[in-house]
Structure formats: structure tokens, C-alpha cells
Design a protein. Structure first.
Lengths: 165, 607
């Protein structure tokens, strides 16, 4: 964990600043976790301890909440975060194939980050883009009506130079 | 004066609406023309996004589909310069106060829209969702005004009279729910808008929030007034960034206008709304789990009673209504209960929005009156199955629902009729499946989803769905994966108990998630027993979808030895010399299908 905690320290905004947006009450735990993840990209052990001090809650309770919800990441994600939608409509239109293709192209499994820290991959239950299925997102940007070939091309492009055109 | 409307919901943006907007701006600059561009939500015809509307000099709005930046230039040249409106990709002209263009079809006569009744989606894709004055011009906040004039009880009565039932899935009469909360005196009450659209395959709530956010906020205010709440919470999925953005903007604007956060009119009614972002848990669609999540805890349901209307969020009376329900409320209050009740069937009133997706020609959001048949929705509006394939089933109601085969296509869509065929209305996802979809694979997919989303509180759901998943997993596993003959026998033993296990989960789970979890299995078993049997006895997947049961082979008579497949195979499972027939080593093959895709001679056979 040493390295990842270091990464938190390097960021400009200290944790105290980030959590301050919400009053110190249990009710705001999920919002605070979301805010911290937005700021640092994930929830490090250091952040969770810090939130615990702020809310006066044991870290175990916070882990309990953080691991319950799909949104929270406990490991540093890659620079480009790819989400493959595994909703019903996407499944019927071949998102399983798509996922396998992405896995092969990046050489990682779901929930992992590439060694160079460039890509991380996760699946989501539904992105709500069912009408343009199958859908994936890269850093929140939607890409719809995909097939194996298009995904391979997209990833090749991203490997060259980021998601933005 | 002319102007441009561009559909810029999530689906529009994903298909390039942003680039179209830039192209229009450039075109206007080049022609030194003032061309105001209004971004709208989604009109529902997502299949042909991006959609661009051109308002002519005469004030008539004409809609065009599949617009790329190049096409946009062409359309602008033709319509605004040459006054030529009948172009490729035209959807039709809007009906309006201005005299219509001769010879141009009307939008509401387009086959996709003809059978639809736009009640709750009326503003989506039509007005600018970021403009409060546009919403007011469309009749916005008249419903709230009327409610404030009528008083709490009468408002609840009016909604009860309209026959509106919860659009989130269960279909409980909304007015009845409100009356329960109103009858519980308390110093504090909450109104929660459930925008945690977890059902994979449904996206109408996202579309309404993106395209007509004020109708939801107004509905929340009416509901809050009716039950005596002073605080509203929107529990919205974090996966819907644009919807959240619209909510934040809408609430801000209403606060500035003094509609939220201050006393409204003479009634003394004061209401404020805040947003809680969901963190991605399907179970949080369940009322009590949702409230646990709002309180900052793990989203686990609790037994009911006490019902939330009595003791809900922080122990106070709470009403939870779905996005579509609340949007309906605004229109019902403005236009009166009778108009709403005149649409639909005896027990299911009004319209329902369906997300039509999957293997169907026209995907998108469709709003139809209750009582329409599934066949009309899928074949008349949806245009049927693409690529000449045959219809197999439609999955309605998501992971809690069921599939409906051809023989039941003519049933009416309403809460009761759907139950008779083992499905539910749910939130309105309609995923169409064709002959290439394997129903066992669909059951497998849903069980995988449910086992991941089960909160783990009660044993039938936590353990039972896992066991059920294992059984279906064993059905789609090849004989070669069995460690011993004993395991193979056990597989049969388990399969024989599958239905019973499903029934036990159904009967004994704590919340609706568990109680409906076996539905996909039960309903596919009911209508597609033959497919299960093919998997169980023959270890074959008739639709070629279950990877484990597929076998890839190269026809040595057809293979030319071009080595294309061998080079592309990710696991080096293909061997053979150049210019000689190749072979697939079955043990190494991961069944990715790459070889079949790259083979130009059709030599790779799948069985």
C-alpha cells in the first residue's frame, strides 16, 4: 500500500479539504466516498482512515459500505478507465464477446489495471445506453453500436494517444 | 425565424451529436446567418440518432435522422437556402400553429411514432430541457398551482382517481400510497424520487431526467405537498452523469425563481430538493434498501411492515415514487384525472414508456397506451427483427421479469395480463431476442447478475441464487469439464431439483429482489424447455451461444492454408502448414470465434 498512499499525498488537494464539502454526519458517508474517489481516482487505505477520523466511524464500517457498492474502487485505476456494459440489451447484442476482446487487447482481466498504468477495465450492470447497444465508455465518454473490430480499433487508437480526439 | 434543434441526450452524444452541433455552428458562420441552436433531450427514436430539426423561416419544424456533420451541411444548404425539405432521412414535420409545409409528411404519422401516445414523454426531445421558460410555456407548474389550490387530500384523491400506478415495477396505486402517508401525522416527512434505474435494459428514467427534468421536479413538489413533506430527495444513479447535471441545474433554477426553498404562493407550502447519488447497487431499487443507502449505510432491505409510509427514512414517514410516476403526476394535475384515465385498460390507466432494445429494427423509447399488444409494439413500432431473422422471445421486466414467446405476442400490456404469463411490467425494459439468442444463456446471464447483486442479508437469496447459478452453469458446461462420472451424475441430480429450488427462493426471500430472482429461469423453463433439454442431454447449444458447448472445426476440404486464422488465434490453438489444411486443437481453443471471423473461405465450422 506504500506506493498508493504516496500517490494520495502527491495530489494537490488534501483529504481534509475534500471531505469538508459535507457535514460530518454518517448520512453523508456515501457522498463523501464519492467525492474522495472523484478527487483521487480511488479510495486508498489512507483516505478511508481519514474519512473515519472525520466522521468518527471505524474504518471497518467504511470498508463495509465501500465494498457493498459497485462504484467504489480500492485500487488505483488506469489513466484510461474502460467500462464495458453488461446489461441485458448489450448482452443480447454481444457484449460478452466485446468484453473478451477488450480483455485480450489489454491483457488484463476485469478489475485490473495494465502494468504501465494506462488502462483499467471494469464491467457495469447497465449504462442506460441500451438503444445503441453494445456500449462501452472510456473515461465517461460513450461509444455505442460497437463490434469486435471497432473495439480493437478504438483501443489501438487510445494506446496511441488518449481518449480525446 | 429559423433555428436548429439537436437531440443531445446520452444516445445522441454517443453517436456524434456534438460534432453535428459544431458543423451547424460553422455553417452558420460561413453563411453569416444567425442560427440559434437548441439542445434537446432524446425524442425516443435512438436508432436514427443523431436527430436534427430545422425550423424554417415560416416557423415549421422539420426533423431529420442519421445526421452526420457532412449531412448537416447538406440539410442546411437544402432547407435554409434552397427551401427544399423533402430530403433523405426526413422523419417529418411537427404539427404546430403555423401552416404546414405542403408535401412534407407529419412526424406523428411516421411509422415509429404513429401508434405511440406521448403523454409523459411529450416534452422530451421537443423543448430545451435547460430552459424553465420553455417548460412553463408548455404548461409547466400549472399542475402544482392547481394542487396547491385543491389541498392535500383532494390532490391525493385526484391522483387516485386517475388510476396512476407506480411505474417502477410493482404497480401500487400512487394516490393510495400518498393517502397512507398523509394519514400519518409527523413533524417531518420525506418524499424520495427513485431515479436509481438499476434494471439493465431500461433507460426511460434517464431520458426523462435528461429531456424534461422540470416535469419530475414539479411532480416531486406536488407529491411532497400531498403527503405533507417539506424535503425531497432524488436518488439518482451515478452512471447517469448528464441526468445528474440536469437535476443540479434544474434545482438551482427553481431555487433562484423562488419555487423551491421558499414558501410558494399563499398556501404556505415550502419544499426543497436535494440529490443523492447512488453508488451502483441493483438492490437499492427496493424501497427499504434505498433508504438505508440514503442514510449512508449498506443498501440492505428490511422486512415490511412497518411500511415506509409509516416509518421510513430516519424513522419518518416517507414516500418513494419512481421518475416516470412523478413526471406523470405533473401532467395529471394539470390536465385532470379524467384525461389520463381515458387512456388504457380497466385496471391499468394511462401510458407506459418502454425501452425497446435488443434484436429489433427500431431501438429507442416508445410510449404506448396500456392495453396495446406486444406484437404491435415490437412489429409495428419496432419494425420487427432485423436481418430477416425469426423472433424468439422478448424479455420484459429485467432480471425480475420473464420472457414472452411468439404464442403470447398478442397479449395486452398491462400489469395483470403480464402476470398471467409469468412476466411483470417492471420498469419497462423490452429486450427483443431473435433465433440467435440462447434462452439458457439468458437465464445464465440473469443469474450471474443476481448473484452479484444479492445484498447477502437473507439466506434463500444469498445461497439459493448461487446454487441456482451453479446448476445453470453445469448445464452449459461440456462433458470434458466434468472431473469424474460421479460429477456428471450429480449434474443430473441437481438439474432435477432446479425448479424446486427456484420455487423455494421465490417463496422465502426477504425482498422483491430475491422473490423475483428465479423468474428468468422459471419463465425460460416454461416456454423453452426444448432448449434446456438440448443443453442437458445432447450438450449442444442450438443457438450457438453457450461457449462451453461449442466446437470449432476447420473443414479440411475448404481450407486453403492461408494461415490467416493461425496468425490471429489468441491462444495459438490452430496448427498447420502453409498452403495445407489447418486444424484446431480443441483443448487450447477458447472459442473466441476470431478464426471464423477472419476466414475468407468459410472453412471454420461451428457446432
Amino acid at each position: 500500500m506504500g506506493n498508493t498512499d504516496q500517490a494520495v499525498l502527491e495530489k494537490k488537494k488534501p483529504l481534509e479539504e475534500v471531505v469538508k464539502k459535507y457535514p460530518a454526519s454518517r448520512e453523508n458517508l456515501i457522498s463523501i466516498l464519492q467525492e474522495v474517489q472523484d478527487a483521487y481516482g480511488y479510495l486508498s487505505r489512507e483516505s478511508i482512515n481519514g474519512i473515519g477520523r472525520y466522521l468518527n466511524l471505524p474504518a471497518s464500517k467504511i470498508y463495509g459500505v465501500a465494498t457493498f457498492y459497485n462504484q467504489f474502487k480500492l485500487n488505483a485505476p488506469g489513466k484510461i478507465q474502460i467500462q464495458v456494459c453488461r446489461g441485458t440489451a448489450c448482452h443480447v447484442k454481444g457484449s460478452f464477446e466485446l468484453l473478451e476482446t477488450v480483455k485480450r487487447a489489454l491483457g488484463i482481466d476485469v478489475g485490473e489495471t495494465t502494468k504501465d498504468g494506462a488502462f483499467s477495465l471494469e464491467t457495469v450492470a447497465c449504462l442506460g445506453g441500451c438503444s445503441i447497444a453494445p456500449v462501452i465508455t472510456a473515461n465517461g465518454k460513450f461509444f455505442g453500436r460497437l463490434d469486435k473490430k471497432k473495439v480493437e480499433d478504438l483501443i489501438a487508437k487510445w494506446k496511441q494517444g488518449g481518449v480525446e480526439e | 425565424m429559423s433555428g436548429i434543434f439537436i437531440g443531445m441526450g446520452t444516445c445522441g452524444l454517443a453517436t456524434g451529436a456534438g460534432k453535428v452541433k459544431t458543423a451547424v455552428e460553422k455553417w452558420a458562420q460561413a453563411h453569416s446567418m444567425k442560427l440559434p441552436i437548441t439542445p434537446t433531450g432524446c425524442i425516443g427514436y435512438c436508432q436514427v440518432e443523431p436527430i436534427m430539426d430545422v425550423v424554417t423561416d415560416g416557423g415549421v419544424r422539420v426533423s431529420y435522422s442519421n445526421v452526420t456533420p457532412e449531412v448537416a451541411d447538406f440539410i442546411l444548404d437544402e432547407t435554409l437556402v434552397c427551401k427544399n425539405y423533402k430530403l433523405d432521412g426526413i422523419l417529418g414535420q411537427f404539427r404546430g400553429p403555423k401552416s404546414p409545409l405542403p408535401g412534407v409528411p407529419f412526424l406523428d404519422e411516421h411509422p415509429y411514432f404513429k401508434k405511440q401516445v406521448k403523454y409523459v414523454l411529450r416534452n422530451c426531445g421537443v423543448i430545451n430541457p435547460e430552459s424553465l421558460s420553455d417548460y412553463k410555456a408548455a404548461g409547466g407548474f400549472q399542475g402544482l398551482e392547481k394542487a396547491l389550490g385543491m389541498g392535500q387530500q383532494k390532490t391525493a384523491d385526484e391522483v387516485l382517481k386517475s388510476g396512476l400506478r407506480g411505474r417502477g415495477g410493482a404497480g401500487f396505486p400512487t394516490g393510495k400510497k400518498w393517502a397512507m402517508a398523509l394519514a400519518n401525522p409527523s413533524d417531518k416527512k420525506y418524499l424520495i424520487c427513485n431515479a436509481d434505474e438499476g434494471d439493465p435494459g431500461a433507460f426511460m428514467d434517464r431520458s426523462i431526467l435528461e429531456g424534461d427534468v422540470f416535469s419530475v421536479l414539479e411532480g416531486m413538489m406536488i407529491a411532497g405537498f400531498a403527503i405533507g413533506a417539506d424535503e425531497g430527495i432524488v436518488y439518482c444513479r451515478a452512471e447517469y452523469p448528464l441526468a445528474i447535471e440536469r437535476l443540479i441545474m434544474g434545482i438551482d433554477m427553481l431555487r433562484k425563481e423562488g419555487i423551491l426553498g421558499k414558501k410558494v404562493g399563499k398556501s404556505g407550502f415550502q419544499f426543497d430538493i436535494r440529490i443523492k447519488k447512488g453508488a451502483g447497487a441493483f438492490v437499492c431499487g427496493e424501497e427499504t434498501a434505498l433508504m438505508a443507502s440514503v442514510e449512508g449505510r449498506r443498501g440492505m432491505p428490511r422486512p415490511r411492515p412497518p411500511f415506509p409510509a409509516k416509518s421510513g427514512l430516519f424513522g419518518k414517514p416517507t414516500i418513494i415514487n419512481n421518475v416516470e410516476t412523478l413526471a406523470n403526476v405533473s401532467h395529471i394535475m394539470r390536465e385532470g384525472a379524467e384525461k389520463f384515465a381515458s387512456i388504457g385498460t380497466a385496471t391499468s390507466k394511462g401510458t407506459k414508456v418502454f425501452a425497446l432494445t435488443g434484436k429489433v429494427k427500431n431501438t429507442g423509447l416508445v410510449e404506448v397506451p396500456m392495453g396495446m399488444t406486444l406484437r404491435e409494439v415490437i412489429f409495428d413500432i419496432g419494425g420487427g427483427i432485423p436481418n430477416g431473422k425469426a423472433y424468439k422471445a422478448v424479455q420484459i421486466g429485467g432480471p425480475s421479469g420473464g420472457c414472452i414467446p411468439t404464442e403470447h405476442l398478442d397479449i395486452q400490456i398491462d400489469y395483470e395480463t403480464l402476470k398471467t404469463v409469468g412476466a411483470i411490467m417492471g420498469s419497462g425494459g423490452l429486450v427483443v431476442m431473435d433465433e440467435d439468442t440462447c434462452m439458457v444463456d439468458v437465464a445464465h446471464f440473469f443469474l450471474d447478475f443476481i448473484t452479484k447483486e444479492s445484498c447477502g442479508k437473507c439466506i434463500p437469496c444469498r445461497e439459493g441464487t448461487k446454487r441456482l447459478y451453479e446448476i445453470v452453469e453445469s448445464i452449459v458446461s461440456p462433458y470434458s469439464k466434468m472431473a469424474s462420472e460421479e460429477e456428471n451424475l450429480l449434474r443430473f441430480n441437481k438439474i432435477m431439483n432446479m425448479e424446486e429450488l427456484a420455487q423455494v427462493i421465490k417463496d422465502t426471500s426477504l425482498c422483491a429482489l430475491g422473490q423475483t430472482a428465479p423468474n428468468p429461469v422459471l419463465s425460460t423453463l416454461r416456454f423453452f424447455k426444448k432448449e434446456y433439454e438440448a443443453h442437458i442431454y445432447d450438450r449442444k447449444c442450438p443457438a450457438h451461444q453457450c461457449k462451453g458447448l461449442l466446437k470449432y472445426e476447420i473443414d479440411t476440404n475448404v481450407c486453403t492454408g492461408c494461415t490467416a486464422c493461425a496468425r490471429k488465434c489468441p491462444t495459438q490453438a490452430i496448427v498447420g502448414e502453409r498452403k495445407k489444411a489447418h486444424y484446431i486443437v480443441d483443448e487450447k481453443c477458447v472459442r473466441c470465434g476470431t478464426c471464423a471471423d477472419v476466414c475468407r473461405f468459410g472453412a471454420v465450422k461451428v457446432s
